[in-house]
Design a binder for this molecule. Structure first.
Ligand code: BES
Ligand code: ZN
Ligand code: ZN
Length: 494
């Protein structure tokens, strides 16, 4: 992973910085700077800067990020909303500024000062996350010069204890998001199940997480029919990885389950070239649960967390599973496989059944599960389906505090009939495409005990940004879900 910038807090912007980041908002229709006094500007200089700004920025300022040469430095202004500035609006503004700075020509790594009136912990957390997330890119070009590196970032704020705590929370959170992004960005030839399991083992080394890896022999012996069958078409065999974090004194046990299809070609029900191209991202759920637990352990949260990452590669071949094959999921439920491209729910079923056997207090699963969820909610919002509304609210609150977008979808009772099979306990898909995200969730629900609180996040849309970068979201892997899972663990710890 690219080295992430050093972040520190200071009362003013040090004179040695290469770039100063200031906020921009509106005052009676005219541009107004935020944080400029703390940055050490005098009134006359401010008037001059505003004059230049008026000629280069257009309203609304909220989405603006511009770089202006001023007094021998570069000043980057990032737009903020006129009212109700939240952690998320600061995260977006700083992310946009960092992205712009990385495109500026420079002959060396840059030092950045950020002054934005960061007076409370949630604004500071937004700024730190925006800075670290906005500075991330995935770039394997060996010939062309890469982007300008950002070496250090100084944020102007009062060095109060609660702000230092927010700095460390935000740094650990952003690092976890970048770990997930990096895994998602790694192509299928670099990150296949054995490699992914090895990387997960390495991530946990030296932390308070115990790692257990099931290889294909053990998966077969213990009856993980979903993983074994889905992974059977690839020369790279499947893996199941468990992270256990069990700090002393924890009184809540959270289970996380993530989909880790390292490449989804669709299997014998092969995808089209257009829909296959981004399928290296089909392990984003597994990446999210593993990196979130790493952050939870690094933060020392007082909550027990057990995460399962189900890893397989879905390819067509002479050893691939077939449409109409009958699989036996962990625990014995039989499934008639109706479409080999609906592989995610089969490996998730194994992992959910295994996670349930640990008898946790809550199971949250996260998966790039259905194209139907993208049709329903677009590419920036994940679908949330839950056993009950109070469980859904836990997730909605966590996502809101983390600045991620979730929308609850229903699990209508009649949906289960769409999965009735004549030859097995359940079919893997419905016979039509209608309500595909809900049908997939109803299938997953079958593998969680009825009385157990459970939430399912379908991140098929937001896990991967196939377009240009925006705000603090780069193109490629986004690390979606990591922040919500960390916020959830924080809200449940005791
Ligand atoms: N990995 C895909 C879902 C997906 C699609 C994720 C687009 C991200 C972007 C999943 O395995 C899949 O192919 N689902 C099928 C299910 C169908 C066969 C019932 C789908 O959504 O078309
Ligand atoms: Zn698929
Ligand atoms: Zn898939």
């Amino acid at each position: 992973m690219p080295a992430s910038p050093q972040i520190s807090l200071a009362r003013t912007i040090p004179p040695t910085v290469d770039v100063q980041v200031l906020g921009l908002t509106e005052n009676n229709g005219a541009p107004m700077l935020v944080g400029a006094t703390d940055a050490g500007y005098r009134k006359k200089e401010l008037t001059e800067l505003l004059k230049i700004l008026s000629s280069v920025v257009a309203k609304p300022f909220q989405h603006v990020a511009v770089a202006i040469p001023f007094l021998g430095k570069r000043v980057v202004v990032a737009g903020l909303p006129n009212s109700d500035v939240t952690g998320e609006s600061v995260r977006r503004a700083v992310g946009r500024a960092m992205h712009l700075i990385r495109k500026l020509p420079a002959d060396r790594p840059l030092s950045i000062g950020v002054s934005l009136d960061l007076m409370d912990a949630s604004l500071l957390k937004g700024a730190v996350e925006g800075a670290l997330l906005g500075a991330y890119t995935f770039d394997r070009r060996s010939k062309q010069p890469g982007r300008t590196a950002i070496q250090e970032i100084t944020l102007v704020t009062a060095p109060r204890a609660e702000l230092k705590t927010a700095l460390s929370l935000a740094t650990i959170t952003a690092q976890a998001v970048c770990t997930a992004r990096e895994w998602v960005n790694m192509p299928g030839n670099e990150l296949f199940p054995e490699m992914f399991a090895a990387a997960a083992t390495q991530l946990a080394a030296g932390s308070r997480i115990d790692v257990e890896v099931w290889d294909e022999a053990r998966l077969t012996a213990e009856g993980f029919g979903g993983l074994v069958m889905v992974g059977g078409g690839s020369a790279h065999p499947p893996r199941l990885v468990r992270y256990s974090y069990a700090p002393r004194g924890a009184n809540f046990h959270l289970a996380l389950v993530g989909k880790g299809v390292t490449f989804d070609a669709g299997g014998l029900d092969l995808k089209s070239p257009e829909s296959m191209y981004t399928m290296k991202s089909d392990m984003a759920g597994a990446a999210a649960v593993l990196s979130a637990v790493k952050a939870i352990a690094d933060l020392g949260l007082k909550i027990r967390v057990t995460a399962y990452a189900a890893m397989a590669e879905n390819l067509p071949s002479g050893s691939a599973f077939r449409p109409s094959d009958i699989l036996r999921i962990y625990g014995g439920t039989t499934v008639e496989n109706s479409n080999t491209d609906a592989e995610g729910r089969l490996i998730m079923a194994d992992a959910l059944a295994r996670a349930s056997a640990d008898a946790p207090d809550l199971i949250v699963d996260i998966a790039t599960l259905t194209g139907a969820c993208i049709t329903a909610l677009g590419r920036r919002t994940a679908g949330l389906m839950a056993s009950d509304d109070s469980t859904a609210d836990l997730l909605l609150d966590a996502a809101e505090s983390a600045g991620e977008s979730l929308w609850q979808l229903p699990l209508p009772e009649e949906t289960r009939q769409m999965l009735d099979s004549k030859v097995a306990d359940i079919r893997s898909t419905g016979k039509t495409r209608s309500g595909g995200a809900l049908v997939a969730a109803v299938f997953l629900r079958e593998f969680v005990p009825e009385e157990m609180p459970w939430a399912h996040l379908d991140i098929a849309g937001p896990a991967f940004n196939a377009d240009e970068a925006y705000d603090y979201v780069p193109s490629g892997g986004t690390g979606f879900g990591v922040r919500t899972l960390i916020a959830l663990a924080r809200s449940l710890q005791g």
